[in-house]
Design a binder for this molecule. Structure first.
Ligand SMILES: *Cc1c(COP(=O)(O)O)cnc(C)c1O
Length: 235
């Protein structure tokens, strides 16, 4: 595999992020093996991603179904062990594609999507069954996806009882203009009372703090790949 000159910084940055995760784990007296780094590669082309794979990173996050399919079909053909996570809002009409593509979906946020995911899993004959996380809108932001904190318990029960789906954990994206800690704490508390073990929280600016609050998956893009184009929607 050829490592292009422009991509080398991402490999260096990956090492720095992994070291920072290890340091945060030491501080929190947690085993680093309990924290999965999801390298968020949205908007970056395969020639930026390939060196990061070559450097040993195997878990990646994308936020658009079409972009993910185009980029990851060729990469996965070369690297069968990769794990792909859907971290962005998912339209119901893309549920079938998402079930085919992704190993983990972090953005289950409404019953209609649960219904479509259950249908898609059934249609695959159980061949595909992505692990599912429910996105919590901890800041009750009207423009943001996610189930309101007050509704999560009932939502989890309904997803299980009506659609037979197993939800493994929760995901949150704290409001950009607030301290993230209370949002991480709230998400961890809701997960604990529902017996959920997976906590997807923490991004480039706050993953160390998220680890202190029990994050099992940190979603880090900018700190590895660099800044994304500023105005592309959904980035
Ligand atoms: C883009 C994105 C990230 C990565 O954000 P960075 O600040 O670049 O690390 C994490 N989570 C979600 C849901 C995202 O959409």
């Amino acid at each position: 595999m050829s490592v292009s000159e422009s991509a080398a910084p991402a490999v260096v940055a990956l090492g720095e992020v992994k070291a920072a995760i290890a340091a945060a784990c030491r501080e929190a007296r947690r085993d680093p093996a309990t924290v999965t780094l999801v390298a968020v590669s949205k908007t970056f082309a395969t020639d930026m991603i390939a060196p990061v794979i070559a450097a040993g990173q195997s878990v990646f996050g994308e936020n658009r179904v079409q972009e993910a399919r185009a980029k990851w079909a060729p990469l996965r053909a070369l690297h069968p062990g990769l794990e792909l996570h859907m971290i962005g809002p998912l339209q119901s009409n893309k549920a079938r594609d998402a079930v085919e593509l992704f190993d983990v979906i972090h953005s289950l946020d409404r019953m209609s999507l649960a219904a479509e995911l259950a249908k898609a899993v059934a249609k695959s004959g159980g061949r595909r069954c992505p692990r599912l996380l429910v996105e919590v809108n901890t800041g009750a932001e009207p423009q943001k996806a996610g189930v309101l904190a007050t509704d999560v318990d009932a939502f989890l029960a309904a997803v299980r009882d009506r659609h037979g789906l197993v939800v493994e954990g929760l995901m949150c994206i704290p409001p950009v203009d607030e301290a993230p800690a209370p949002h991480f704490a709230l998400t961890a508390k809701i997960a604990a009372r529902n017996g959920l073990k997976t906590l997807s929280m923490g991004m480039s600016d706050d993953f160390a703090e998220a680890i202190r609050f029990g994050a099992t998956h940190v979603r880090v893009g900018t700190a590895i790949f660099g800044a994304r184009p500023a105005k592309a929607p959904g980035n």
